[in-house]
Design a protein around this ligand. Structure first.
Ligand SMILES: C[S@@+](CC[C@H](N)C(=O)[O-])C[C@H]1O[C@@H](n2cnc3c(N)ncnc32)[C@H](O)[C@@H]1O
Length: 226
């Protein structure tokens, strides 16, 4: 008989220190089971804080999150008024189910308020046509293995080309100084801007070192050169 893996729920609090009227609690379920998508990676709070600090831009935006996993950034965007489509590898049904569980725990009704779809990087299947118009693509810790860097950027390039003015905001954790996406950005006619995160959290009275938890994490804004 197989037992269900144990679920632990982490609470993330986003607030504005200047006027305590704005506060958002997000509950993220994690499973004690080996898989990339059942754990909230250090990149996720960094991207979520960046979105929180730019939340005035979020209402009404059509947001697509890639490799959502526990989905903290996408959930924050949905709570701040964006229309969010969460995606996970179509080959990982348990990961898709876990993303749905994260939505449910935050009172986001799947197929009514948000969507959860299978989208595997680098694969051009019919589900890509189901996405619809997109303003913002989000990706937290998608660049975790150089073997999949091009698959992600091919997919991102395709979506950006279909959606004039759309942007891809992604956080990546520096795991090796040898890893780079520069040549792939050129190959797929993309350009990247690095955001300065040294004051992240300052408006909310949160220490930037607490958000980064000792990791070296960068945030890129990628758009199409065309
Ligand atoms: C390092 S985890 C990051 C998860 C989450 N975004 C976070 O930051 O906590 C990478 C995520 O990408 C998903 N993933 C891996 N390979 C993928 C692929 N080829 N296509 C789509 N998603 C993939 C994994 O299932 C996992 O959820």
């Amino acid at each position: 008989m197989s037992e269900s893996p144990i679920e632990q729920v982490k609470k993330f609090v986003f607030s504005d220190d200047r006027n305590k009227t704005e506060k958002l609690d997000i509950y993220i379920p994690e499973l004690l089971q080996a898989s990339y998508s059942f754990y909230t990676w250090p990149c996720a709070p960094v991207l979520a804080w960046f979105l929180w600090e730019n939340r005035s831009e979020l209402p009404g935006k059509r947001v697509l999150e890639l490799g959502s996993g526990t989905a903290l950034p996408g959930i924050l965007a949905a709570k701040c008024g964006s229309h969010v489509t969460f995606t996970e590898s179509a080959t990982l049904p348990k990961s898709l189910a876990h993303t749905r569980r994260s939505c449910q725990l935050n009172q986001l009704v799947v197929d009514e308020q948000v969507r959860v779809l299978g989208l595997t990087w680098g694969l051009f299947l019919s589900n890509l046509d189901c996405i619809g118009p997109v303003d913002i693509i989000l990706g937290s810790d998608c660049f975790f293995d150089p073997a999949i860097f091009e698959d992600i950027l091919v997919t991102v390039s395709y979506i950006l080309n279909q959606n004039s003015g759309a942007k891809f905001f992604c956080t990546y954790q520096e795991r090796s100084t040898d890893w780079t996406i520069e040549h792939l950005l050129n190959k797929w006619k993309l350009r990247a801007k690095v955001h300065d995160l040294s004051n992240l959290g300052a408006h909310s009275g949160v220490e930037v070192s607490d958000i980064f938890a000792g990791h070296t994490i960068h945030l890129l804004e990628i758009d199409s050169k065309a």
